[in-house]
Write a protein that binds this ligand. Structure first.
Ligand SMILES: Cc1cc2nc3c(=O)[nH]c(=O)nc-3n(C[C@H](O)[C@H](O)[C@H](O)COP(=O)(O)OP(=O)(O)OC[C@H]3O[C@@H](n4cnc5c(N)ncnc54)[C@H](O)[C@@H]3O)c2cc1C
Ligand code: SF4
Length: 322
C-alpha cells in the first residue's frame, strides 16, 4: 500500500488492474504516468465471498468470474447481466470489476490519438481549454461508460477504499462527481479494494440492456439496469439505473411513486421510461445523436421493466443498434 508521504509522487502513478482500458489509453497519451502500479498479483483483492452482510467482491475479480458466478446469478442477477455485456469474452477475462467502476469517462473528442486531438486543439479534459461539445462552457461532459455501475447502483452497493491511512466505505452513488474530467472521488494514494452487495438487495429480479454500435464488442452509448422485488404479485421495490448518457452513472429518482398508486404494469413501464429519459442528458460525446440515445433509454427502460415484471420474455442477447 502507498504511504501518505509518497502522496506527491503518487500523482504520477496509475493503477493497473486488467489493463484493458488503461493500456489503450496510455497508447493514446490520454494518461502519461511516470509509473504504473500493477495490482494483478495481489490475491487478497480477488474473489467473491458470502459474508453476514451480503456478498463481497474483490476489486480484482474479473468480469468473467462475475458473469459465471452461480451465487451472483441466483442472488444479484442484474449484475451478472450487466457484466456479460462488457466488451468481449477476451476482455472480460482480463477486465476487473474495480477497473469497470473506476473507468475513465469517454468522449468522441477525447478517445482519439494524440495527433487527432492535437489537430482539433485538444480540449478541457486533457491538454486544452475549450470543450468541443459545449463550446463557451468550462465543464467537461464526457460520458461515464461502464456497464456494471448502473446495476451496482440498483443493488445499493457500497465500495471499500483503502490507503495507508486506513479504509473507508461509501455508497457507490457517492463515488461519482458528475464532472467529466474529474469523475470520481478517489485520492491519488487510494485504491478501490472491495465491492459490497447488501443482503437486503439479494433476490431482486433484474436485467440490463445496452445500446452499442458493434454488438460483439463495444462500450454502451446508453444503458439501463432494472431491479425489482416482488412478493405475492405485489411490487415491493423498484430500482432503475442508467449509464453512458451523463458524466456519471445514475440511480433514477422517483421510482417509488410509480408503484405506490396501483397503476397497471404497462403504465408503470411507461412512466419509468419517461423518468429515465428525463434523467438522461446525453450530449454530442459519441457517434450516435443525443436524441437517439435518450430515446433508446426510454425504449430499453420500458422493455426492461416489462421483462422483469414478467410481461415480456427475457431476451437472450443484449440489444444493439440494428
Ligand atoms: C475494445 C474495448 C471495448 C470495451 N467495451 C466495454 C464495454 O462494453 N463496457 C465497459 O464497461 N467497458 C468496456 N471496455 C473498457 C474495459 O475493458 C472495462 O471497463 C474493464 O472492466 C476495465 O477493467 P480493467 O481491470 O481492465 O481496468 P484497467 O484498464 O486496469 O483500469 C481502468 C481504470 O481504473 C483504474 N483502476 C483499476 N482498478 C482500480 C482499483 N482497484 N483502484 C483504483 N483505481 C483502479 C485504473 O488506474 C484506470 O484508470 C472496453 C475496452 C476495450 C478496449
Ligand atoms: S465533453 Fe468537451 S471537454 Fe469533455 S472530453 Fe468532450 S470535448 Fe473534451
Amino acid at each position: 500500500m502507498l504511504s501518505d508521504s509518497a502522496d506527491k509522487s503518487v500523482r504520477a502513478i496509475r493503477v493497473l488492474a486488467g489493463g484493458t482500458d488503461l493500456v489503450p489509453s496510455m497508447r493514446q497519451k490520454l494518461f502519461e504516468p511516470e509509473s504504473v502500479l500493477d495490482l494483478r498479483l495481489v490475491k487478497e483483492l480477488r474473489g467473491i465471498r458470502e459474508t453476514e452482510q451480503g456478498i463481497e467482491i474483490g476489486a480484482l475479480t474479473t468480469l468473467r468470474e462475475i458473469e459465471t458466478s452461480r451465487l451472483l446469478r441466483e442472488q444479484y442477477p442484474v449484475l451478472v447481466d450487466a457484466a456479460r455485456t462488457v466488451a468481449s469474452p477476451v476482455i472480460r477475462n482480463m477486465g476487473t470489476i474495480g477497473g469497470n467502476i473506476c473507468l475513465d469517462t469517454r468522449c468522441l473528442w477525447y478517445n482519439q490519438s494524440l495527433a487527432w486531438r492535437k489537430s482539433c486543439g485538444f480540449c478541457i479534459k486533457k491538454d486544452g481549454d475549450l470543450c468541443h461539445v459545449a463550446p463557451g462552457g468550462s465543464k467537461c461532459w464526457a460520458a461515464f461508460s461502464g456497464d456494471t455501475p448502473p446495476a451496482l447502483l440498483c443493488l445499493k452497493a457500497e465500495i471499500e477504499i483503502a490507503s495507508a491511512a486506513g479504509k473507508r466505505r461509501i455508497p457507490l452513488s457517492e463515488f461519482y462527481t458528475g464532472i467529466g474530467d474529474d469523475y470520481r472521488r478517489l485520492q491519488p494514494n487510494e485504491l478501490l479494494t472491495r465491492v459490497i452487495l447488501p443482503k437486503s438487495s439479494a433476490g431482486y429480479r433484474g436485467v440490463y440492456r445496452k445500446l452499442r454500435i458493434r454488438g460483439s464488442i463495444d462500450y454502451p452509448l446508453a444503458g439501463v439496469a432494472v431491479a425489482v422485488k416482488r412478493s405475492n404479485g405485489h411490487i415491493d421495490d423498484f430500482r432503475l439505473g442508467i449509464t453512458a448518457v451523463n458524466p456519471a452513472p445514475l440511480l433514477v429518482k422517483g421510482t417509488d411513486n410509480l408503484i405506490a398508486n396501483g397503476s397497471s404494469l404497462e403504465e408503470i413501464a411507461e412512466a419509468a421510461a419517461d423518468l429515465a429519459a428525463r434523467t438522461a442528458k446525453p450530449l454530442t460525446t459519441s457517434a450516435l445523436t443525443p436524441e437517439y440515445r435518450r430515446e433508446m433509454i426510454r425504449v430499453f427502460t420500458k422493455r426492461a421493466v416489462l421483462e422483469v415484471l414478467g410481461q415480456r420474455p427475457l431476451l437472450a442477447c443484449p440489444e444493439r443498434v440494428e
